[in-house]
Design a protein around this ligand. Structure first.
Ligand SMILES: O=C(O)CCC(=O)C(=O)O
Length: 287
C-alpha cells in the first residue's frame, strides 16, 4: 500500500522579478520579514523627502492638514510626529499604493490568493519622523496575536492578516532609531520578553535585532512579528519612514479614516482597486 502523502500544491512562482522568489518566500516564512534593497529609486526618495520638507511644522497632535491628521501612535515617545492617512498628501504618496517593487509580494502574502475575496486593501498609512530620544515600544508577536496581524501559510497559500511596507527615506544605522524585530516571533507560542511588564523599550530585549536600512530600502514584515523601534541616540537630524499596512480586500481602515472622493477619482484603476476594493453599494439617488 502506498502511504506517501503528497506535498500541498504550491502556487507556481512567477518568472517576473516583481513577484517574490522562492528564497523570499522561504525567508519571510522563516523570519517574518524581508528587506528589499533599493526598492525606491533616488528620484522617488527625493520626491518623498521634498514632501516631508513641506509638512506643516505647527501641527499639534490631532490637528488636521487637509485629509491628513497628526496622530502620534506612541504619544511623545517619538520625539517627532506621525501623519496618518498620508496617501492623501499628494502624488509621491499615491505612487506607493501599488509600487512595483513590493505590490506583488503583498498580493502573495496577504492578498487572499485563490479565494473569492482575492485582493488587497491598505488599512493604515502614515509618515513617521523620529528625533533624538524617540523610540517605539515592543508589540505584537505570535502569542495571543490578533487574527488581523496573524501569520499563516496553509495548503500552499499564504493567509497573512497584515503585511507592512516600511520605507526608509533616510539612512538608518546604529543609533538612528531603527525598527527592531525578533526574527521568527510571528510564530511564537509564548509571550515575547517585553510582555510581562507590558509594552516597553525594545533596545535590550533578548533575541531582537535592529534593522539597518539605506534610504530607498524597504522592510516588509508580517505585523504578527514582535517588533518596535529602537531608541534614537543620534542627536542630529531625524529618521524618516513611510509605513503602508496592507491587508486583505475585505479589511477596514484601522482608525476610521476614509479615502476622499477626490483621491479615489484621480487614482489609476489599479490604485483605486486597492484603496476601494469593494465599492459602496447604495440604492439609486432619488431625483
Ligand atoms: O517605527 C518603527 O520603526 C516601528 C513601527 C512599528 O512598530 C509599527 O509600524 O507597528
Amino acid at each position: 500500500m502506498d502511504t506517501s502523502i503528497e506535498a500541498p500544491p504550491q502556487r507556481a512562482l512567477r518568472d517576473d522579478a516583481t513577484w517574490p522568489s522562492e528564497m523570499h518566500n522561504y525567508l519571510f516564512d522563516l523570519n517574518g520579514f524581508v528587506i528589499l534593497r533599493g526598492a525606491l529609486d533616488t528620484d522617488e526618495v527625493a520626491r518623498l523627502n521634498a514632501a516631508f520638507d513641506a509638512f506643516p511644522t505647527d501641527l499639534a497632535p490631532w490637528d488636521w492638514w487637509g485629509q491628513v491628521q497628526r496622530s502620534d501612535s506612541e504619544g511623545d515617545n517619538h520625539k517627532g510626529f506621525e501623519l496618518q492617512n498620508i496617501v492623501e498628501a499628494g502624488p509621491a504618496f499615491e505612487a506607493l499604493i501599488d509600487h512595483p517593487s513590493w505590490i506583488n509580494y503583498m498580493r502573495t502574502w496577504t492578498g487572499e490568493v485563490d479565494s473569492y475575496v482575492e485582493g488587497l486593501f491598505i488599512d493604515e498609512c502614515f509618515a513617521s519622523v523620529r528625533r533624538s530620544g524617540g523610540y517605539f515600544d515592543i508589540h505584537s508577536g505570535g502569542h495571543h496575536g490578533a487574527v488581523r496581524g496573524q501569520y499563516r501559510y496553509l495548503n500552499g497559500v499564504f493567509r497573512c492578516g497584515q503585511v507592512n511596507a516600511l520605507m526608509a527615506l533616510t539612512d538608518i544605522g546604529p543609533g538612528d532609531g531603527g525598527t527592531m524585530v525578533i526574527p521568527g516571533s510571528h510564530k511564537s507560542n509564548f509571550p515575547h520578553p517585553g510582555k510581562p511588564t507590558g509594552r516597553g523599550r525594545m533596545d535590550d530585549v533578548e533575541g531582537a535585532i535592529e534593522v539597518h536600512l539605506s534610504a530607498g530600502d524597504v522592510l516588509l514584515f508580517c505585523d504578527g512579528i514582535a517588533h518596535g523601534g529602537s531608541s534614537r541616540t543620534t542627536t542630529e537630524g531625524e529618521r524618516r519612514v513611510v509605513i503602508y499596512r496592507y491587508g486583505p480586500s475585505w479589511a477596514a481602515t484601522r482608525h476610521g479614516y476614509t479615502y476622499s472622493d477626490a483621491l479615489l477619482e484621480r487614482l489609476t484603476p489599479s490604485q483605486r482597486e486597492i484603496l476601494q476594493p469593494v465599492a459602496p453599494r447604495r440604492p439609486p439617488a432619488a431625483d
